[in-house]
Design a protein around this ligand. Sequence first.
Ligand SMILES: [Mn+2]
Length: 436
Amino acid sequence: MVRLIHMADTHLGYRARRGTINQWAIQNYSRPYEQEIYDTFLKIMEEISKVKNLDFLIHCGDMFHHPFLYNSYPPPEPARRTFEEGLKIFFRNTNNQVPFIYIEGNHGIFRGYEFTPFESHIKEEENLNIYYFKERDLINAIKEKKTLKLEFPAKKIRFYVFPYFEFKSFEFYQQQYDNWIENQRPPKNDGFINIALAHGSIGDDTLHSKLNSDDLGYDYVALGHEHGLKQLSKNHYYSGSLLPMNFKEIFEKQGYLVVDIDDKTKYLKVEKVFTDPLLKRDFKIITIEVYPTQTSIDLQKKIKEELDPYVTDKGFEPKTAARLKINFTGEITFEKNWQINELMSSIRRDCFSELEKYNILQLIWKVIDISEILEDDISAGKIQDYILEKPDDEFKTFVGEKLNEEQSNYDVDKLTQIGMKALKKALRAMEREKEV
Ligand SMILES: [Mn+2]
């Protein structure tokens, strides 16, 4: 039997930003949520290094959060130190006998650079038991039409590695990748266990369809990039991150996987170890119902009630301070929207200035208007406030004049309706773009 641990998407150096109090967890060193991820990572490295009969540790990318996309800051110093510390713990407890296999994801790499923050911490003289693959290795393999794999003949196991690569960004890349991927097809029935490591997702077109399916016939496909722990098929798994990072991810589970594969039958046993329960703070979405006749005072009272559990004698505590998002739903007029924003800005100012009182790390909000779902409701008055006094009438006059000029006879009312729908849709798209 071969036993491996599959983890991914640690995102060391991630910091909660939007609507977050400007406080340190450790003075001039790390931010509260950032520190919680470091603490959890070190705890987990300790834990997995003590797993009995472990043969391999595999990590499917995004060890560091920075740099990514056009943000070219390197990982913060504590992220790099935590990483080194994590490696030290793992290799010390395993007597350097368990190989650690890593593929790069889309985070933690400088675009266009070939040297990565991860690599800068692998000191060759230390002879750590690390196997490391980055985009450049993949590109070279494609150029040379070679297989990109790692073989351990004594254990009769092979790892086919797929570091993150945007093969769909150019047609040329895609063609080359399509051709090359056949090199990653394992030989049949030669007694080896064949495992794939990939960083990517079908959702954003960064995972090849042959990897998403059973086409290549791997015994296990270890995936990174999606942050929730989930099983895609019989032998395809995302381990997820260690903790949720944003408010979407609180609805998912995170953790790591202990994978046992029988060397004869290839029978797979996957144990899910959830790490999200280690979260030491409230991280949640609160929903508040809003209605037009509600006074500002009533609304304020309601919000304060919801924040009451976070008013404590000890005040702000970096380790337990809550991450909160309030969703306001209901029939929301423009005035209501304005009122909510005013109220929330002022409440957040209070929370963040009264450190001896509130234990809140992050406070953001979103206004969700139920009338947005009512397609035919164009008289709600909120669009008027954005652009025009009376958009329906003005639009109708405009269309009427144009049609008159053209001397055609369309149904002006119908056209107005269509026009208003288009306008609403555009406004909604604009709103969505503002969201982070
Ligand atoms: Mn990723």
